[in-house]
Design a protein around this ligand. Sequence first.
Ligand SMILES: Nc1ncnc2c1ncn2[C@@H]1O[C@H](COP(=O)(O)OP(=O)(O)OP(=O)(O)O)[C@@H](O)[C@H]1O
Ligand SMILES: [Mg+2]
Length: 212
Amino acid sequence: MTTAPVALETRSVVKTYPLEGQVIRAVDEVSVQVRAGEFVALVGPSGSGKTTLLAILAALLSPSAGQVLVDGHDLAQMNDAQRVAFRREKIGFTFQANNLVPYLTAQENVELMLRLNGQLDKAGRARAKDLLVRLGLGQRLHNLPSQMSGGQQQRVAIARALIHNPALVLADEPTASLDTERAFQVVQTFADLIHEQNRAGIMVTHDLRLVS
Ligand SMILES: Nc1ncnc2c1ncn2[C@@H]1O[C@H](COP(=O)(O)OP(=O)(O)OP(=O)(O)O)[C@@H](O)[C@H]1O
Ligand SMILES: [Mg+2]
């Protein structure tokens, strides 16, 4: 394991927000390394900066100080267009709110990531379907988000985060709407996919039982 390449590295990452004349230090000198094949849990109380850190790692938010390297690429060295393309190809994420496209079915939501990268072909469609089946959604492939439960929608979002083979997978509380048994299953499947395909994953969770 220790010989696997470093997929994500942060160096003293800081994020401050100005608030009513004060400065909030949402992220305070975070330095981490995650190797390919590792699945890491990010745990902390509400307001401790987990979502902010994830947004920085996803290149959606710039840090106030420090460096982020994904697959050896320094996000700060890219222009906006390069960062968008890099994010689309190398990074998969699920947000605290799952952000599915409401007028696309489960399968179409997953395929969207391939479509955006110009990679949607027959094999990609089959992979989207397989992923959804593996996440227990074989009966929901052609349903719209409004026709699915919160937990089912979250599983679609997980499939969407994995479908384009990103180097780095970021998940912000992907199991929040799931019952305990389903949460264990989904995290296990998530972990298996990350190990099998040698990605690096970071999952925010409040549930210490899932961490082990
Ligand atoms: N745009 C913003 N402007 C000002 N302060 C912000 C902004 N976004 C987040 N914060 C503050 O930064 C801190 C970290 O927020 P963040 O959303 O990263 O926490 P979190 O660990 O994800 O919390 P939760 O577990 O509740 O989701 C909080 O104190 C929050 O109020
Ligand atoms: Mg959060």
